[in-house]
Design a protein around this ligand. Sequence first.
Ligand code: GTP
Ligand code: MG
Length: 613
Amino acid sequence: MSRPRKIALVGNPNAGKSALFNALTGARQKIANYPGVTVERKSGRLVLPTGEPVELTDLPGAYGLDATSPDEEVTSKVIRGQFPGEAEPDVLVIVLDASNLEQHLVFAQELLALGKPTVIALNMVDLAERDGLVLDPSVLEEELGVRVVPTVAVRRRGLTELAEAASSAGLREPGPSLTEIGETERRVAAHAMANGAILSETRQRRLHARLDSVLLNPWAGPVVLFALLFVIFQAVFAWATPFADALEAGVGALHDTVTGLMPASFVRDLLTEGIISGVGSVVVFLPQIVILFAFILAMEASGYMARAAFLMDRMMASVGLSGRSFIPLLSSFACAIPGIMATRSITDPKDRLTTILIAPMMTCSARLPVYAVIIAAFIPNESVGWGVGLQGLVLFALYVAGVLGAMLVALILRRSVTKGAASGFIMELPKYQLPRPGDLLLGLWQRAWIFLRRAGTIIFMVTVVLWIMLSFPRAEPGQSQVDASFAGKIANGLAVVVEPIGFNRDMALALIPAMAAREVAVSSLATTYAVDASDEDEEAAELGEQLKGRWTLPMALAFLAWFVFAPQCMSTIAVTRRETNGWKWPTFMLAYLFGLAYVAAGATYWLAVWAGL
Ligand SMILES: Nc1nc2c(ncn2[C@@H]2O[C@H](COP(=O)(O)OP(=O)(O)OP(=O)(O)O)[C@@H](O)[C@H]2O)c(=O)[nH]1
Ligand SMILES: [Mg+2]
């Protein structure tokens, strides 16, 4: 006697497969309203309306046949007939959540491409209707070429029709496979199909769908994303100016007050030249940090960030990374450390390593003070037309340079050191929401506090140590204090190395303490120029004014280019060592990033000199 035919229930997590399985077989598989309830396959007996006994299998939910987790692997193996001791299923029942159709149709297309006899259970139509969504199954039948049966598993609605359809499902032409049609195309197709099947829906749902049809559109989507980023960088300069000016005036007033109140002494110099000039020069960038994070937090809370990840998927794939790298890389815009830790969610080890290695090139918020001080001093605050400010444009270009550098390096690494193929990426797109002001304020407060705490601890300490090293030994009359000091001697040694890329002694001097944290480059320059100042007025002058008098434009541009790439952060190196279990990769990272920074700064300097800037 031939074995009974096998029918498998398959689909995205939380579609109601186990609920259908229970309803059809009378079993009591656990069901619950979250993805990933079923993690093993389970079989039961079902007698079809024709009287034919069949074996029905419930499978773990999956997002695709390229398994990324052990439970998905079970599903993938059973479907392909590679599961030990288990025959390949004869018929597939794809279970879709009717209220989440677009998402679920992505995996459905991949399953249909197998060409097996298939029927679709359009499950949870009760929930869809409750939310004001009415669907036309015949449109889906036409598009997908298989029977589509509306069901409500928990009320046993549509079960007989589903069983009948499954028993009569025949072989079909296999559709295009994943290698022929990429992830993004499938999503676009799923979007079109889901929209086509919708007869009516409430205004809210329609609005969100319309938003998605623009924001996820392969052409309009990237334009909107790019425009949004552009606005953010304009705002970082334009909106922050009044607040930054007020803070700067406050730091200047504090400097003057302390100078006036205290007699000239070692302690007064430490306070004014070291702490107030140095730490103050960093603190004035608080408004910029807050504005940048206001945008980032709002994008996260609204659900737009997940869409941005989806848009970037294609670009990531073209350099051999998966979309899974997007969130870790995105967190690296705040700081590379949480970014590198977030790579733990990447399953493929080489994918993960590549992401770790390029994470430091995402412009972290510690670079913002460095960029902002140089841009404010050297890039004129003028419009390039259409209300676009030149300063914001340069800042935007620096961020883009980091991203492009990272993509280029990823491309090279994926073809050499971390060779491997890119894996697919599917993420549930969250529902749109208006960010709640309370959450936003809390998030901003946390970011501001992190920034101020850094200024009060690491930046403070490094600045004090630097001031002491700059102040001793004391200079002979007529000699420059900086040249005479310990720090100056070290800097003069290092200056030989960075002279070819246009850096002077003061820039070289800023690089060493900036290894502790990038913002220290700013406080170091401020402290150096305060120590070097010939009188108190000059000592209290804003750092920008000092820079303008001492650096040329090509030097300033070279310094910016250096900071796009240079791995100026001990903590990042330490966390890389921990996450990669050894010194090999952090050493590699240091070497290639310093190399890149050197070349980029040199090229920028000489190009600028050549262009007569
Ligand atoms: N209202 C309604 N709820 C349903 C329907 N089908 C399933 N559910 C509920 O949806 C939730 C998910 O159902 P499950 O059967 O656990 O989903 P699954 O596809 O097996 O999920 P995984 O095992 O995680 O892959 C449960 O809370 C079910 O009670 C339906 O047709 N209508
Ligand atoms: Mg289940």
